[in-house]
Write a protein that binds this ligand. Structure first.
Ligand code: UGA
Length: 428
């Protein structure tokens, strides 16, 4: 099939590459000429393992190309809208880019006999896809569907090609039919539903996962108080198939471009309908306070903090990405600076982004360099190389053997045997 993808950010680019690999001919459209030029040269502007190789593979066989021109969607059987929906100051999702794309498509798509689909993949507030459909009410051959995306940064392409489910929200049989053909070669359960349901499935899934994390983070505070270990509690809970073992890891809280933004947007939609989603509201509060709660332990152990050297290992909101949006590191850094601590930080991918915000921090190339002379080390992002350290070297490098494991990823018992003082999240 001929596919056009508007917006080549995380979701758009991954969708474009995945659909090209799935056998379609894809045109990626983006307003940013620099980005289009880069992509046309086979270079991926984001840090996402495996994506660049797959892009080149698809480009080599002519299955994918990029342009700045919305008109080049004119031949498409399906146009995916994958533009950003950033959070406005009041928590609402900003739909400017979505409706700009809609107006461009009204002009770009010529009337034709065969059915054509506009598929909304951007995460949009409940009811937005219906509003988009109204803009095409005079074009009966155009079917507007909601087709939310559930990929994770760091495993984006794998998630697109092996999704847990494909959700298609449509108001017409043609909409379902065309979308079923798009995903013909991808094996996953399908849920054919309404547009509003599809939109809500996306928000509810992210809000539920965010709530699970906050549940465990709050429980971690109790574990600390009663001398329990939250990792053991989570393991015991996870064996119950009704609960499941994933997303029970206590830590510094969730970050990224999705959970914080989507929970805020969902709360906003609920408020507009006079519904109080109090559980989700509380989940966001726990998350907002989690880095400060953890920081309190560090502060108590190191009093007074002024002049103490703290090594921050990891800055990205999670491993295998350079994304620092809503990263816990960005909540910790101002706190540390206020307390007068001296920071040495490292991250395999995110340093350039943090450097732009805090140019005067001491950035190290390797964790060992960051740990040199440190009074304490904080594991902020559980990158594999930071989890598996040479502890002998760490001990020699540090001024004091104090380890604060913000991700419960370090081997606690081994570290205690090495003579370190270890403090995790909810590990008493
Ligand atoms: C999330 C969802 O997992 C995807 O399904 C969804 O498609 C995506 O948002 C989106 O809406 O676009 P992502 O933000 O890439 O994906 O990252 P996750 O792997 O979900 O992690 C989110 C945050 O939760 C990270 O900061 C991570 O460190 C934290 N986390 C995750 C925990 O603190 N504990 C856990 O047990 C799991």
């Amino acid at each position: 099939m001929q596919i056009a993808v508007i917006g080549t950010g995380y979701v758009g680019l991954t969708t474009a590459v995945a659909l090209a690999l799935a056998g379609h001919t894809v045109t990626g459209i983006d307003a940013d000429p620099e980005k289009v030029a880069k992509l046309s040269r086979g270079q991926v502007p984001i840090y996402e393992p495996g994506l660049e190789e797959s892009l080149r593979q698809a480009a080599d066989v002519g299955a994918i190309r990029f342009t700045t021109q919305p008109n080049e969607s004119s031949h498409a059987d399906v146009v995916f809208i994958c533009v950003g929906t950033p959070m406005s100051a009041d928590g609402t999702a900003d739909l400017t880019y979505v409706f700009t794309a809609v107006e461009q498509l009204r002009a770009a798509l010529p009337v034709r006999e065969q059915a054509r689909v506009i598929a909304m993949k951007s995460t949009v507030p409940v009811g937005t896809t219906d509003r988009v459909a109204q803009r095409f009410a005079d074009r009966p051959e155009i079917h507007v569907v909601s087709n939310p995306e559930f990929l994770r940064e760091g495993t984006a392409l794998f998630d697109s090609l092996h999704p847990a489910r494909i959700v298609i929200g449509s108001a017409s049989a043609e909409g379902y039919d065309v979308m079923q053909r798009v995903y013909e070669t991808i094996r996953a359960p399908r849920l054919l539903t309404t547009r509003v349901n599809a939109e809500l499935i996306k928000y509810a899934s992210n809000a539920f996962l965010a709530t699970r994390i906050s549940f465990m983070n709050e429980l971690a505070r109790l574990c600390d108080a009663v001398g329990a270990d939250v990792t053991q509690v989570a393991a015991g809970m996870g064996y119950d198939s009704r609960i499941g073992a994933e997303f029970l890891r206590a830590g510094l809280g969730y970050g990224g471009s999705c959970f914080p933004k989507d929970t805020a947007a969902l709360l906003r939609v609920a408020a507009e309908h006079a519904v109080d989603l109090s559980i989700i509201r509380q989940a966001t509060r726990v998350n907002d306070s989690q880095p400060a709660w953890f920081w309190q332990n560090v502060r108590e152990a190191l009093q007074p903090l002024a002049g103490k050297r703290i090594a921050l290992l990891g800055l990205a909101f999670k491993p295998d990405t350079d994304d620092i949006r809503e990263a816990p590191a960005l909540k910790l850094i101002p706190q540390l600076l206020r307390d007068g601590a001296v920071i040495s930080a490292c991250d395999p991918a995110a340093v350039p982004h943090v450097k732009r915000l805090y140019p005067s921090l001491d950035f190290a190339e390797t964790p060992y360099e960051a740990l040199q002379g440190a009074d304490a080390a904080l594991l902020v992002t559980e990158w594999q190389p930071y989890v598996q350290l040479d502890w002998e070297r760490v001990k020699q490098a540090m001024a004091r053997p104090l380890l604060f494991d913000g991700r419960n990823a370090w081997p606690r018992d081994e570290l205690i045997a090495w003579g370190f003082s270890y403090s995790g999240v909810g590990r008493a």
